[in-house]
Design a binder for this molecule. Structure first.
Ligand code: PMV
Length: 307
């Protein structure tokens, strides 16, 4: 039996724009998904999620859009082994909230299955490649930023086909959840349908420019200066049509409670916003009083690993 884990993530800058080749910055957080793999008799894959209580079963050669099954099959291909596999998932990352739950579960599963079947741990780059292939089966045109950061960890500067680690300091950010679950593929498709609009294309370019500015700030260890860039990022995401009344209300509440910057993280439409504040505890309290679930997270955390 092998257990692996991978971190959840925040997209600090570049949400959606990364799909169109613009740069983005993502960071691994201190909430993890755990995947335990064992060999099973019979040509089947059985996935049991302790968080949702769901069990999914599939033949080892059966095509599936389930991201965990696709992850197991990619790891089997890599390992040149077709034995039956049982997976147990335990995760600290909320589902459908933009915190990378699906990518973390897939990445941890690839690491546990490939290590189990080959007897040695694949490199993080190999895991990232397998996780991206599996993600492509499950989602609409993924950029690969989620699977890259959950595999590599730390904070990455990502541009399709080009990933570099940013030597930056950990940062405390406040996450507030709108409580609205959304589907990443639906949101990506919504943006795709408006991409010919020149204003949308310009917003993409501006989001990419923000990522470059943010990289300079992070490398200069001036994290406190990210706030205004986060606000500009939020305004551009609103222009793309991926914000919502409940997300805008959270952003306004953050501002009224002293946040220096706030934005959606991930696909939007629901899910979470992230805020930078000098007084995270005061901000968390304000969110909680409004009925939103909120907590602080640390960025720049370790990537996938065998536990
Ligand atoms: O799954 P989410 O909510 O983290 O969104 C993924 C990030 C997008 O930029 C919206 C899509 C992508 O593939 O990069």
């Amino acid at each position: 039996m092998i257990r692996a884990s991978a971190p959840g993530k925040l997209i600090l800058f570049g949400d959606h724009a990364v799909v169109y080749g613009e740069p983005g910055i993502a960071t691994a957080i201190n909430k993890r998904a755990y995947s335990t793999a064992c060999e099973l008799d019979g040509k089947k894959i059985v996935v049991e999620s302790k968080d949702t209580g769901e069990t999914t079963e599939c033949g080892i050669r059966e095509k599936s859009k389930n991201p965990i099954i696709a992850a197991v099959q990619e790891a089997q291909k890599f390992s040149k082994s077709r034995s039956g596999i049982g997976i147990e998932i335990n995760s600290q990352i909320p589902i459908g909230a933009g915190l990378g739950s699906s990518a973390a579960v897939a990445t941890a599963t690839i690491a546990s299955v490939a290590t189990l079947l080959t007897g040695k741990e694949p490199s993080t780059m190999e895991i990232a490649e397998m996780a991206y292939k599996a993600d492509k089966l499950a989602h609409e045109s993924p950029s690969g930023i989620d699977t890259a950061v959950t595999s590599l960890g730390g904070t990455i500067f990502f541009k399709k086909g080009n990933i570099s680690q940013l030597d930056s300091e950990p940062l405390t950010l406040v996450v507030a959840n709108s409580g609205v679950r959304r589907n990443t593929s639906d949101m990506v498709l919504r943006v795709k349908n408006s991409i010919r609009d020149p204003r949308v294309a310009l917003s993409m370019f501006s989001i990419g420019s923000l990522s470059k500015e943010a990289r300079t700030i992070l490398l200069g260890k001036r994290q406190g200066d990210l706030g205004p860039l986060m606000d500009r990022g939020q305004s551009l995401l609103k222009d793309l049509g991926v914000s919502s009344t409940s997300l805008e209300d959270l952003v306004q509440l953050a501002k009224d409670s002293g946040a220096v910057g706030s934005k959606i993280t991930g696909a939007g439409g629901g899910g979470c916003i992230i805020s930078l504040s000098d007084n995270p505890e005061t901000l968390i309290q304000a969110f909680k009083e409004s009925g939103a679930s909120a907590y602080s997270v640390r960025t720049n955390q370790p990537g996938v690993r065998i536990d």
